[in-house]
Design a protein around this ligand. Structure first.
Ligand code: NAI
Ligand code: MG
Length: 347
């Protein structure tokens, strides 16, 4: 019986994770659930945003369904104790180096996109972002220049194995979709990107069925809003992926619609909506649970090998929307629970 670790966290996290849990439970797959404390909720109870028992649960489980962390009450805490550290700690401890962020527009939501409806309707892509390297994890610090000025620095670095393993995830993802992969870098300027491109081209030899293209990141940012339909799978580094995936998500409509997966190559993964704890609407039944429910669908697909069940959940979300269910972020008045009910009814 697969064990799912539920880490609801703060703000709207518990509200949306509960709807996702109900959808998973309704599939009759014999899943078991165990809940752990994380984020501000964990700090309040245990004095740490990622208590050892939560980490042990995440390590023991077959997959982790995560809500969101972040609580304005703890904004003045030391950085190491802030709720957000729990996400970084889990990624690091579980070795989750690959972040998959699909962005697609569900039928009927064209008006919710920041793009013109006829452009927005063409978005259906996945960004594969490297998650444990790059400037976020390179050498960093502040020093004094010879002119006596304070200087901050963050080193961008990738070794070839780090690039190889994320490239493979990119090619595999493309193989499972339309067979097109766009590698995004800044190879005209950065040494890191030169190596990135060399390695991606070498890995491509193992995937003759995938059509590989390359694009500079600044152009990719422009193309994502100009003609997003040209992309199917994008593979890129941590920094570029962070920015491009937020941009793509806004093209696709509400932040309340977008799921994500963080994977380590073993099948184990952490699945979470891309949104945060939304303290402005927490506890009011206004949160859109679709991103969490679609994250549960990714969990079924990537960690449990239950592709048919994942398809059913995604179809049920589409059907609930087509049926007229709209939470406030989509311009309606459907509550979190009612949206969950609409998805369950469609299942
Ligand atoms: P946010 O994503 O929590 O909220 C941004 C805006 O989107 C808010 O107006 C919110 O009401 C709305 N929104 C978000 N999710 C929604 C949903 N499911 N349905 C309807 N509306 C939704 O980002 P913000 O405000 O920048 O951050 C709030 C807290 O969340 C901070 O403490 C931040 O650090 C944390 N955070 C945590 C993340 C995580 O746990 N992975 C990711 C992003 C932020
Ligand atoms: Mg971000």
């Amino acid at each position: 019986m697969p064990l799912i670790a539920l880490l609801p966290g703060d703000g709207i996290g518990p509200e949306v994770v509960e709807e996702a849990r109900r959808v998973l439970a309704a599939l009759d797959l014999g899943l078991t659930f165990e809940e752990g404390l994380v984020g501000g909720a964990a700090y309040a109870a245990e004095g740490h945003p990622l208590p050892p028992a939560t980490l042990a649960l995440a390590e023991r489980a077959d997959a982790v369904l995560f809500g969101a962390v972040g609580d304005p009450a703890f904004d003045n805490l030391d950085r190491a104790l802030r709720p957000e550290q729990a996400v970084l700690g889990l990624r690091k401890q579980l070795g989750l180096f690959a972040n998959l962020r699909p962005a697609r527009l569900f039928p009927g939501l064209e008006d919710a996109s920041a793009l013109r409806p006829e452009v927005a309707g063409t978005i259906d892509l996945v960004i594969v972002r490297e998650l444990t390297g790059d400037v976020y994890f390179g050498e960093k610090g502040t020093r004094t220049t010879s002119a006596g000025l304070r200087q901050g620095f963050d080193v961008m670095a990738y070794d070839e194995e780090e690039v190889r393993r994320i490239a493979r995830v990119g090619f595999e993802t493309a193989r499972g979709r339309s067979g097109r992969l766009c590698s995004v870098d800044k190879a005209n300027v950065l040494e890191t990107s030169q190596l990135w491109r060399d390695v991606v081209v070498a890995v491509a030899a193992d995937y003759p069925d995938v059509a590989l293209t390359h694009m500079y990141v600044d152009n990719a940012a422009m193309q994502l809003v100009r003609a997003p339909g040209q992309f199917d799978v994008i593979v890129t580094g941590n920094l570029f992926g962070d920015i491009l995936s937020d941009q793509a998500s806004m093209c696709a409509g509400s932040i309340g619609m977008l799921p994500s997966a963080a994977l380590n190559g073993t099948g184990k993964g952490m699945f979470e909506p891309i949104h945060g704890s939304a303290p402005d609407i927490a506890g009011q039944g206004k949160a859109n649970p679709c991103a969490a429910i679609l994250s549960a669908a990714m969990l079924l697909r990537h960690s449990l090998g239950q592709d048919a069940a994942a398809d059913r959940v995604e179809a049920a979300v589409a059907a609930a929307l087509t049926g007229g269910a709209r939470t406030a972020d989509l311009g309606g008045a459907t509550t979190t629970r009612e949206m969950g009910e609409a998805v369950l009814a469609a299942l």
